[in-house]
Design a protein around this ligand. Structure first.
Ligand SMILES: *[C@@H]1O[C@H](CO)[C@@H](O)[C@H](O)[C@H]1NC(C)=O
Ligand SMILES: *[C@@H]1O[C@H](CO)[C@@H](O)[C@H](O)[C@H]1NC(C)=O
Length: 801
């Protein structure tokens, strides 16, 4: 203390003063001193003598000392001078904080007598502290849509200084959006508020930085700053917007599914979820929804259905982009479908006429139109018909055609045409459609029936059963249907003698010919008639053919013996002189056969004789001759039984009984007279006839002999020159046969020409060659030359053996 006092005499004085005051004025007002804070150490706080009225003497004598609580106050007392000095600077803020005034109490203590002086030291404030913001950075989140005038609270700054040195004012850095106002708390402290002057726009300036400055009231003022960061909070105040209000895109109609059509993207100025967009079609028709799909997130429009230019050429789709806040933007996408040649041409037949009549010039067959659902070149078409057919395609209006025949058609040469109409479009690739029609040609009755032969020759065996089918004629008609339906008929014959209707009938349907009754060759050997074939067209056409019917002979007639008469009662028919030489011609049996040909070739044969060996019969001519000389022993009467047989199959025969009477001479009147028949009236005629025949026969034999002789002569002579004199083929004729034809009226029907085979000596043959009588050729029974069969029936010269 001493040192201290010595060192700081002023302090001691002050202390002393306090002590003195205390001692003298106990319970009196304390002494007051004041000092400015932060005064340098050694600075005089006061003088106890001067300020408190203490005596300097007392201070040192009474050992005055300064006592503070806990010795907190760094005061030194100079007891010699009474000066009270600071031993170190005082910090008001440390001593008193915010308490004002800042009063420190200390005592000046003096002994002898003890005296305590209360002294009050006021530490006065100086502006030694700046305002301080506790947070150097303030973040304000302000929605961008906050209205002008909105107030936002800011943190206040603190200043350890008090009074006028405390925070007095706030200022904010320059901003067009905000200004600052001061508010006062109830406790008197000031705080700042930020006031919005101009609306914020997140999109324009999402963040603002302001510097808030706090100023105190010192002189000069001190300041502290803080950063105020204004985060503008985005408000969904922007609608999404598409890049274009209108998009146009073209895609080919055959695009594959999944193809990207377009990406229509939009943006939204807002951020965060306010800028998250989702895309969708707006008011899309079902068709659009089936054909296109939009990606919700990317806005890609893709194809999900097949396009068809022909159905829909374009689509207009409104697309919508919506943000999470429900704001949306729209755009229109126009999708043009481009035609691809994917449609074949089509043919629409409006009229088709089939069958078409033949023989008609230029007939309309079909009217049709073509169309192609594609467009442009893809729908341009060419129409043609394949092959080289007699049809022409004409076009009056575009895509309208009519098909005509080139000229008259002939059904008989071609009844059906397959016409293929080809339509090709000009697209790439070319598409073709074919349509085939079958055109029938209708028949017109332009063909008459045609017989398979111009004439028919039918052969009928005589004695046929009635209604025998003897043959069939047939005709064909190249028309069709009823125009080719043929009916057959017999045409009336010009031959009045031929009762055709009773002989022949015809089946009108199939041309079968029937003999109505049994035919008799001997009565009718051949006949001919015309048959007609008529179709049922309108008008009907017909044609005719000749039918010749040849009746074939059957061996239905037995030989008939003309001589000698078999039904006479004459006992002897032949006389034979006993002086006859061997080979004497006794008689000649004359027989006829009404049949012809082989059926009429007769042969003679001796069946039985009274005296065998006496007579011999020439098989082929019926001559009965003696075989040997007659003697007296020979009986006068002889009976010969001869058989006359034809060459038919089976053969027919007749027997002849000859009575031969041996006479000594022709003078012997032994000729028996034929007996008078029981019926004279009838027998007279018959007898006369037989006599005539017999006489004729005899004279014939004579005549034959003469002719034979002459013939031999002639033939020999002629043969020297030529063999053609007698047109008789040699060597084929069966030697034992003789042909006798005719109906029994030998001399009337035929003349006989006798040819003698020259040079054969005794082997002479007789040939009977019929000389056709000059009869009208229509007489069927006699007209024989035409038929080869009939030649054979006179087959003397044929190959028959
Ligand atoms: C026409 O076509 C039909 C059916 O394909 C066929 O039966 C007929 O024979 C053809 N006609 C001609 C004349 O080619
Ligand atoms: C003998 O027969 C022929 C032919 O049949 C006949 O004409 C004739 O009258 C008959 N004569 C007698 C006598 O019966």
């Amino acid at each position: 203390m001493e040192n201290r006092g010595g060192k700081y005499p002023q302090t001691r004085q002050v202390l002393l003063l306090f002590v003195l005051l205390g001692m003298s004025q106990t319970h009196a007002e304390p002494g007051r001193l004041s000092v400015v804070e932060e005064t340098l150490s050694g600075a005089l706080v006061g003088n106890l003598v001067k300020d408190l009225g203490l005596e300097v003497v007392e201070l040192s004598s009474r050992g005055a000392q300064v006592v503070s609580k806990d010795n907190k106050l760094p005061l030194l007392l100079n007891i010699n001078t009474g000066d009270l000095l600071l031993s170190e600077p005082l910090d008001r803020e440390e001593l008193c904080g915010s308490t004002e005034p800042c009063l420190m109490h200390f005592q000046v203590l003096m002994k002898n007598p003890l005296q305590i002086l209360q002294v009050e030291l006021q530490v006065r404030d100086i502006n030694d502290n700046s305002p301080i913001f506790l947070e150097k950075e303030m973040v304000l989140e302000i929605p961008e849509n906050s209205p002008v005038g909105s107030v936002f609270l800011l943190e206040s700054a603190t200043d350890l200084d008090v009074g006028p040195n405390a925070v007095k004012n706030y200022i904010i850095s320059q901003s067009s959006h905000f200004h600052i106002t001061m508010r006062v708390n109830p406790d008197g402290r000031k705080y700042p508020e930020l006031v919005l002057d101009k609306a914020l726009d997140y999109e324009e300036q999402p963040q603002l930085s302001l510097i808030l400055t706090a100023l105190d009231g010192g002189t000069p003022p001190r300041s502290g700053t803080a950063l105020v960061r204004v985060e503008v909070i985005d408000i969904n105040d922007n609608s999404p917007e598409f890049e274009h209000m209108f998009y146009e895109v073209k895609i080919p109609e055959n695009s594959i599914l999944g193809s990207l059509v377009i990406t229509a993207s939009a943006w939204d100025l807002d951020s965060g979820i306010n800028g998250e967009l989702s895309y969708a079609f707006s008011h899309a028709s079902e068709d659009i929804q089936k054909t296109f799909a939009i990606n919700k997130n990317s806005g890609e429009i893709r194809l999900i259905g097949y396009l068809d230019f022909e159905t829909t050429e374009s689509y207009s789709i409104i697309i919508k982009a919506t943000d999470r806040g429900g704001l949306f933007g729209k755009s229109t996408v126009r999708i043009q479908v481009m035609d691809v040649n994917d449609n074949s041409p089509e043919i629409a037949v409006s009229s088709f006429i089939s069958p078409i009549p033949e023989n008609t010039p230029e007939t309309l067959v079909m009217i049709f139109s073509t169309q192609d659902k594609d467009s442009g070149e893809n729908s341009r078409m060419i129409c043609s018909i394949l092959e080289d057919l007699p049809f022409v395609l004409k076009s009056s209006i575009e895509n309208y055609y009519h098909l005509e025949t080139e000229g008259a058609l002939d059904r008989e040469s071609r009844a059906e045409y397959n016409i293929t109409i080809t339509v090709t479009d000009m697209g790439t690739p070319r598409l073709t459609t074919q349509h085939t029609i079958t055109v029938q040609v209708a028949d017109v009755n332009d063909n008459a029936p045609a017989f398979t032969q111009t004439s028919y020759t039918l052969f009928v065996q005589e004695n046929n059963s009635p209604a025998l089918h003897i043959g069939t004629i047939s005709a064909t008609d190249s028309d069709s249907g009823s125009n080719a339906h043929i009916t057959y008929s017999l045409l009336p014959t010009h031959d009045l003698q031929l009762a055709l209707d009773s002989l022949i009938s015809i089946n009108a349907e199939n041309g079968q010919l029937f003999a109505l009754r049994a035919l008799d060759y001997e009565a009718l050997q051949a006949f001919e008639f015309h048959v007609g074939a008529t179709d049922q067209g309108s008008p009907a056409l017909s044609s005719q053919a000749l039918v010749r019917v040849l009746v074939l002979d059957a061996n239905d007639n037995a030989p008939f013996v003309l001589y000698p008469l078999q039904n006479t009662s004459a006992p002897y028919t032949e006389l034979l002189p006993r002086a006859a030489e061997p080979g004497y011609l006794v008689t000649k049996v004359v027989a006829v056969d009404r049949d012809s040909g082989q059926n009429a070739w007769l042969s003679f044969q001796l069946l039985k004789a009274t005296e065998p060996g006496l007579f011999s019969v020439w098989a082929h001519n019926g001559e009965v001759r003696t075989s040997r000389l007659l003697s007296e022993r020979d009986a006068p009467k002889h009976k010969l039984l001869l058989l006359v047989k034809d060459n038919g199959d089976p053969p027919r025969s007749a027997s002849v009984t000859l009575h031969v009477l041996l006479v000594d001479g022709f003078s012997q009147p032994y000729l028996p007279l034929p007996e008078v028949a029981r019926d004279p009236a009838q027998d007279d005629d018959a007898l006369t006839l037989y006599l005539v025949i017999a006489l004729a026969s005899v004279s014939s034999i004579f005549l034959l002999s003469v002719l034979l002789f002459v013939g031999v002569r002639l033939c020999r002579r002629a043969r020297a020159a030529s063999l053609g004199g007698c047109s008789v083929p040699e060597g084929h004729f069966p030697g034992h046969l003789v042909d006798v034809s005719g109906a029994g009226t030998l001399s009337q029907s035929y003349q006989y020409e006798v040819c003698l085979m020259g040079g054969t000596g005794t082997n002479e043959f007789k040939f009977l060659k019929p000389i056709p009588p000059n009869l009208p050729p229509q007489f069927p029974g006699k007209e024989l030359e035409e038929s080869p069969t009939l030649h054979n029936s006179f087959g003397l010269f044929s190959d028959h053996n």
